[in-house]
Ligand binder design. Sequence first.
Ligand code: NAP
Length: 271
Amino acid sequence: MSGTPYAEVIGDPIAQSKSPLIHKFWLEALGIAGDYRRAHIKPQDLAAYLTERRDDPHWRGCNVTIPHKVAVMDLVDDPGNIRCTIGAMNTIVRQPDGSVIGTNTDAAGFYAPLAELDLDGAPVAVVGAGGAARAVLFALARANVGHVTILNRSPLKAMGLLATFGLKGDVVQLDAALPPVALLVNSSSLGMTGQPPLDLDLSPLPEDAIVYDLVYAPLQTGLLKAAAARGLDTIDGLDMLIGQAALAFELFFGAPPPEGRDDELRALLIA
Ligand code: NAP
């Protein structure tokens, strides 16, 4: 498809990425002549990849996934305020003059399903302190949540994040009892296919608590099954995946995704 505008998702590994399915679905639905590809880029090849692509006028940019979200901040012409805010970049966009700018659409994608809720002052718990947790904590700080409990294998890393995002809270081990929070978010890899399960006792959560799992493979994680069994509201990882992709799609192709097609897209992603 040379001559056709295209964007990519880059990572190592990359075969598991669902981004091409999402972007191609929207391109086709809107009748835009464009393409979206996977590119397997190893860390040692990242700088050369960006140097090469910025000279390609058909390349609109790329989404960035594990393990490049931090390293790319040093390789774009304009990282905006990402370094001193979220501290991880998931979207790079080529400008008409060949320069590349970077941003992060994960935080807005994470927050979209929560936007109607009043989280002001609400106690929350977050599992994990990696790249996804940074976007989660950034968004929760903007929502002015109350006490934040981070459960993480590496406590020091989690303490650093509380300070970075100006959040009041504490850090506990993964096997600690949950506090009675309004919102529980899993932003760790636990529960993902091939990873250990996330075994939490949800009984301390109040009846109106919401359980949000960023993991989308599998979609119905053990955590979400346990929350549903307790009658709690749940949010799965596809909402965030589609939300972060929607913002990137508009940056790449100049149009928002079609409205009213999310159910169809979810069915495609689950198949
Ligand atoms: P990451 O930067 O590698 O962080 C992984 C986190 O999981 C860290 O906090 C790590 O703890 C913890 N962890 C990993 N293996 C563990 C183990 N065996 N025992 C205990 N803790 C463990 O990864 P990430 O980018 O944050 O991604 C995390 C998850 O979020 C992945 O499942 C990813 O697919 C998902 N995600 C989903 C979306 C979406 O749109 N739905 C977007 C981004 C990410 P330590 O801090 O101790 O290392």
